[in-house]
Design a protein around this ligand. Structure first.
Ligand SMILES: *Cc1c(COP(=O)(O)O)cnc(C)c1O
Length: 491
């Protein structure tokens, strides 16, 4: 027997499990300590230059530094300097807050390191069960197909790939788009940026994304969409899909999903709903009517890391026609053939539903959270966020020189300050400065956007940690800082 010329007993498991266990327990304790005391700190702290420098200039660490030292550096330089999205006064964009249970579930999933292409194992069944629950909650048939993915962008993009495969009228997988009419997709001008990325990625081009104007309520103008579809058909294009928004990213507006479902049916187009956060309203019986028509979609995409409150990354898309979903992505190489027995029995259903082969155990945090908390409790928090948005908008509108500029369709409040005798561009600059001061003073983190060509400030209520006192703090901060800026202006 030749002797191996190298050591053959190297492993990355700890040499001393007891020592490792001690620091691991400390990590869990510290993480929970930090999470349970968030409200004692500012939502966001600007990065100190020394930290920025240290984190961006380190050479490749070829030699070991040891767990203790790395963990200490994490605690000092990384942990304190996030954008603040877990904090109770974080209202920027629509970000997620995460939960302690979700954190632990992710840790358990990482520890299992299960391979979720499929295979005959319990985690696959958990993943299947979660997709079936989500289908039921969204009003989709029990036998719908679905996939858990990293985020809403990915979920929407993959759903649109299914839409194209199912409705383009030729074998796009085999032949691509060569010598074919332009395929077109119809949606609101308020659509999220994923849609442009999708049509560009698919080789259809940005011009294939037909952005239809919105009405005053920021919902898509369905008549204008119908007219655009007819004009495009007459010009030789091939419409394939209508996309509705259940909660636009800017204002939370919910398109008339029933009208879009009717239009898609009469035009024989795929109907997809981007419900990134808004679809979660369906968890609440009281709010479900607001997303009526979503259950008629061919596909729907939504995040669980936004209004489902779970830690990043987790989203889902559902497809009513399971075969359309499978046939968009399925490829079975010989080394992955289902033998009907053994580990590979049942094949690789999740690999057949998207472009990724190796996937982690995404479902565990959904499964544990839904079971431990009950979906009704999550729905209660969602309802609380909607009530907070309504009450906040009401109070905000009573602050002098502040106006609410869009209907509060769900959980987003769009507003701005209107300084007296200011031009549009002066007012825009005023609001940008107001937003930055609110953030930099550590009051809260709202975000900015454009609505109807004007700069606006947004407060998104998708935070399970926000109590009414947090909104009071923000209201007081808005009043105080607006007042200060107005007096600076008149000085
Ligand atoms: C956030 C959002 C997305 C994208 O989801 P990610 O999880 O950020 O990828 C898509 N559509 C809408 C309406 C969103 O709010």
């Amino acid at each position: 027997m030749p002797t191996p010329s190298h050591k053959s007993d190297l492993t990355l498991d700890p040499a001393n499990w007891d020592e490792f266990r001690a620091i691991a327990h400390r990590m869990v304790d510290d993480a929970l300590d930090h999470m349970s005391t968030l409200s004692e700190r500012a939502p966001w702290t600007p990065l100190p230059p020394a930290v920025r420098q240290a984190l961006t200039t380190e050479p490749v660490p070829h030699r070991p530094q040891g767990i203790e030292r790395v963990y200490a550096e994490f605690a000092e330089r990384v942990l304190p300097y996030t954008n603040g999205n877990r904090h109770p006064r974080f209202f920027g964009w629509i970000q997620g807050n995460g939960t302690p249970l979700g954190m632990m579930a992710d840790m358990l999933a990482a520890g299992m390191n299960a391979h979720l292409a499929g295979l005959d194992q319990a985690p696959k069944l958990v993943e299947m069960q979660v997709i079936a629950w989500l289908a039921e909650l969204m009003g989709f048939p029990k036998d719908s197909s679905g996939l858990l993915v990293s985020g809403g962008s990915m979920a929407n993009i993959l759903a649109l790939a299914v839409a194209r495969h199912a409705t383009c009228g030729f074998d796009v997988r085999e032949d691509g788009l060569h010598n074919r009419p332009r395929l077109t997709v119809y949606t609101s001008s308020e659509i999220h940026s994923w849609a442009q990325k999708a049509v560009e990625l698919f080789g259809m081009g940005n011009a294939s994304l037909r952005r239809v104007p919105v009405n005053d309520d920021l919902r898509v103008n369905v008549d204008a969409m119908r007219t655009m579809i007819a004009a495009d058909r007459a010009a030789g294009m091939r419409p394939i899909c209508v996309i509705g928004s259940a909660g636009t990213v800017n204002s939370g507006a919910i398109d008339d999903l029933n009208a879009l479902a009717d239009l898609a049916a009469s035009e024989k187009l795929w109907f997809h709903v981007d419900g990134a956060f808004g679809a979660l309203a369906a968890l609440s019986p009281a709010l479900k009517p607001r997303v009526a028509g979503m259950e008629r979609a061919d596909s729907v995409a939504f995040d669980l890391h936004k209004w489902g409150y779970l830690p990043y990354e987790i989203a889902c898309f559902l497809v009513r026609d399971a075969e359309a979903h499978r046939s968009t992505f399925a490829v079975t190489p010989t080394y992955l053939r289902d033998e009907g027995r053994g580990v590979i029995a049942g094949g690789l259903p999740f690999a057949d539903r998207g472009p990724e082969l190796t996937r982690g155990f995404k479902a565990l945090k959904v499964w544990m959270t839904f079971k431990a908390e009950g979906v009704a409790r999550i729905a209660d928090v969602i309802e609380q966020n909607v009530a907070q948005a309504v009450a906040f908008a009401d109070r905000l509108a009573r602050i002098p020189h502040i106006v609410v500029v869009a209907p509060v369709s769900l959980n987003v409040v769009c507003w701005r300050a209107v300084p007296p005798n200011a031009s549009d561009s002066e007012a825009d600059s005023f609001n940008k400065e107001l937003l930055l001061r609110i953030q930099e003073a550590g009051v809260a983190v709202p975000s900015g956007s454009q609505l109807g060509g004007r700069y606006i400030i947004r407060v998104a209520c998708s935070n399970h940690r926000s109590t009414w006192a947090d909104f009071e703090t923000l209201l007081a901060g808005v009043g105080r800082i607006t007042g200060e800026m107005l007096s600076e202006r008149s000085a």
